[in-house]
Ligand binder design. Structure first.
Ligand SMILES: [Fe+2]
Ligand SMILES: [Fe+2]
Length: 332
């Protein structure tokens, strides 16, 4: 597909035609007066006993393992690169003024505002607990935002919806797993924080998956081809271009730790493909030609990935541990 060609314009038209459905689903964003804020999960620095509150916040954080700290930092820098994701989602919203009243534009701003709390809260946790080298972390955020983010979705707006459906589920899984593990390690505050963030990701996932489901209903051929195109290349992770100024393979090293700890694994990747194939009823869509081939590809890919996942997982688990600047060059 080429930007501006008739197919691309037709896809943009389908996305625009979803506006009534987007408007109807805007309540999937929390009303701001009911939304949680980072402060709700942090020590109250205005209280008289602020010293005690900080102390009791820092104490359980001592039990969080180095590997988990690496996961938290990787997740946090990924969340902190939110400006890049807003830019890329404007491909769907097409908001030329920045404060447009159209439903897609309102969704994009509301989504950004909810996501903004994720990086803020994890950032505050890591800073207050003193468990990581915050300057190294900040350098990583600086690099990541400067390097940008390419979800490989341009110019097909359908790709953007496939990407966000996949990615929100991936972040939901990863924050959720991190929350469970730190809970077992003894930090209940952090567990609550991770699970709260995972809850937001679940709502966002539901929205994007629903919108892409509507695309599949209206244009099954185009939708299935877009899904196949996104799966054929690997779904690029949003934090892929993270760099701390030292380790050129920082993202890969982070991903290996996530795999080893069962926070986000190849098996999860496979399960997301399987979930989307089922949720979007790929197998039962009536399509012909190239789209029918893509349909077969998607249905068999989901299964073959799941089989292959254990093999890849076994290889990754044997990777050597690497030093991370985030944890003062200790290995994880
Ligand atoms: Fe997030
Ligand atoms: Fe998200």
């Amino acid at each position: 597909m080429v930007p501006g060609d008739s197919l691309c314009l037709a896809h943009l038209e389908t996305i625009r035609a979803l506006e009534p459905a987007v408007a109807e689903n805007l309540p999937m964003l929390l009303p701001i007066d009911k939304a949680w804020q980072p402060t709700d999960y942090l020590p109250n620095l205005q209280a008289e006993d602020w010293r005690e509150q900080i102390e009791s916040f820092r104490q359980p954080a001592q039990s969080v393992s180095d590997e988990l700290l690496v996961i938290l930092v990787g997740d946090m820098v990924t969340e902190e690169a939110l400006p890049s994701y807003s830019v890329s989602l404007n491909e769907l919203a097409r908001d030329t003024t920045g404060d447009g009243p159209a439903p897609w534009a309102r969704w994009l701003r509301g989504w950004t505002a909810e996501e903004n709390r994720h990086g803020d809260l994890l950032n505050a946790y890591l800073r207050l607990t003193g468990r990581v080298d915050m300057r190294a972390v900040e350098v990583t955020i600086h690099h990541l935002i400067a390097n940008g983010f390419n979800p490989k979705s341009y110019p097909d707006p359908y790709n953007g919806l496939v990407y966000t459906s996949f990615q929100e589920r991936a972040t939901r899984i990863s924050h959720g797993n991190a929350g469970k593990i730190v809970g077992r390690q003894g930090d209940a505050n952090l567990s609550r924080i991770c699970l709260k963030i995972a809850g937001d990701e679940a709502r966002h996932e539901a929205f994007y998956t629903r919108m892409m489901g509507l695309v599949m209903d209206r244009d099954p051929e185009g939708g299935i081809l877009a899904f196949r195109n996104m799966i054929r290349g690997l779904i690029a992770m949003p934090g892929r271009l993270m760099y701390d100024g030292k380790d050129p393979d920082l993202f890969d090293h982070f991903a290996i730790v996530a795999q080893r700890l069962d926070v986000y694994t190849v098996r999860d990747y496979a399960s997301i493909i399987q979930h989307l194939v089922r949720t979007w009823n790929i197998a039962s869509r009536i399509v012909t030609g190239k789209a029918a081939q893509a349909q077969n590809y998607l249905c068999s890919k989901a299964e073959s990935y799941a089989r292959f996942a254990d093999e890849i997982a076994a290889t990754l688990e044997t990777q050597p541990r690497t030093a991370f600047t985030w944890i003062h060059n200790r290995k994880a």
